[in-house]
Write a protein that binds this ligand. Structure first.
Ligand SMILES: *C/C=C(C)/C=C/C=C(C)/C=C/C1=C(C)CCCC1(C)C
Length: 271
């Protein structure tokens, strides 16, 4: 582990702290918003809430691990390695749990026929888990060759997810009301944009000539993943809520029209 200046150390420290706060706040928002959506969309909100709860817990542990991994050295006026290693496994365990949930919540909010939804969720969640598992050996490797190899393998299930979301989700979207369709399309776009950010962050150390030993490389990776996690979990969770809310309102309006149509003559007759 390289040395970190006081500012460099604090930047990562504050990024972890901020990410924890964002996950926690999103969790409260999603729990309080449950009553705003009809019962059939609540499983999607539950999954969103689970994602930010799991990630919030892990960011707390990552934050603690960062604190434990360095000590302030007055003579050097820098943070130096304490001997306790920084634990990167928290992040991958977190992804292993949250990434399948993120794809499942997108399928859940569409309320497809159960059999179709189940099979699509199983394939997407399976590919997501495989992607994370294959990425891990590369993340902890300290040579570029190993990192590139596992990164490439991990990209195969990643591309499968992109493909399936384009083709199959696209078909399912056609049957949605206009407003909800736009929201689902934007959410899928957000998913592609944020998920596409992870492999880019992953590649940063490949350009570090000193075999990942630079403080700047470690900072870029940690802060990069934290930013991506806020967008892919908090931002995405709020989009899922917006879809559920829009569909709920559209359905309520439809019901009101149906019963309103029936009630009007009755009222006229009563007058
Ligand atoms: C909340 C966490 C999320 C949404 C994590 C997503 C992670 C990825 C899309 C990771 C993808 C990777 C590749 C496609 C190749 C290199 C290795 C990974 C695991 C960084």
């Amino acid at each position: 582990m390289p040395e970190f200046s006081l500012d460099e150390y604090s930047l990562v420290y504050n990024a972890f702290s901020f990410t924890f706060a964002a996950m926690f706040a999103t969790f409260i928002f999603l729990v309080l918003s449950r009553t705003q959506v009809s019962a059939k969309y609540r499983p999607a909100l539950t999954m969103s809430a689970l994602v930010v709860a799991i990630a919030g817990y892990h960011y707390f542990r990552i934050f603690e691990s960062w604190e434990a991994a360095f000590v302030l050295n007055d003579a050097a006026d820098a943070y130096i390695a304490s001997g306790t290693p920084f634990n990167d496994a928290y992040r991958y365990i977190d992804w292993l749990l949250t990434v399948p949930l993120l794809v499942a919540e997108l399928v859940a909010v569409l309320s497809l026929p159960p059999r179709k939804a189940g099979w699509l969720t199983a394939r997407l969640a399976g590919a997501a888990a495989l992607m994370v598992l294959l990425g891990y050996p590369g993340e902890i490797a300290d040579d570029a060759g190993t990192r590139a190899l596992w990164g490439t393998l991990s990209t195969i299930p990643f591309l499968y997810i992109v493909y399936a979301l384009f083709t199959e989700l696209g078909e399912a979207m056609e049957r949605l009301p206009e407003q909800a369709r736009v929201l689902v399309r934007n959410t899928r776009l957000l998913l592609f944009a944020t998920w596409g950010f992870y492999p880019i962050v992953y590649m940063i150390p490949l350009f570090d000539e000193n075999a990942f030993a630079q403080a700047g490389t470690i900072m870029a990776v940690q802060i990069g993943y934290a930013v991506a996690d806020i967008a892919a979990k908090c931002g995405y969770g709020i989009m899922i809520y917006a879809i559920a809310r829009t569909k709920t309102l559209a359905e309520q309006a439809e019901d009101a029209e149906v019963s309103g149509g029936a009630a009007a003559p009755a009222m006229a007759a009563g007058d």
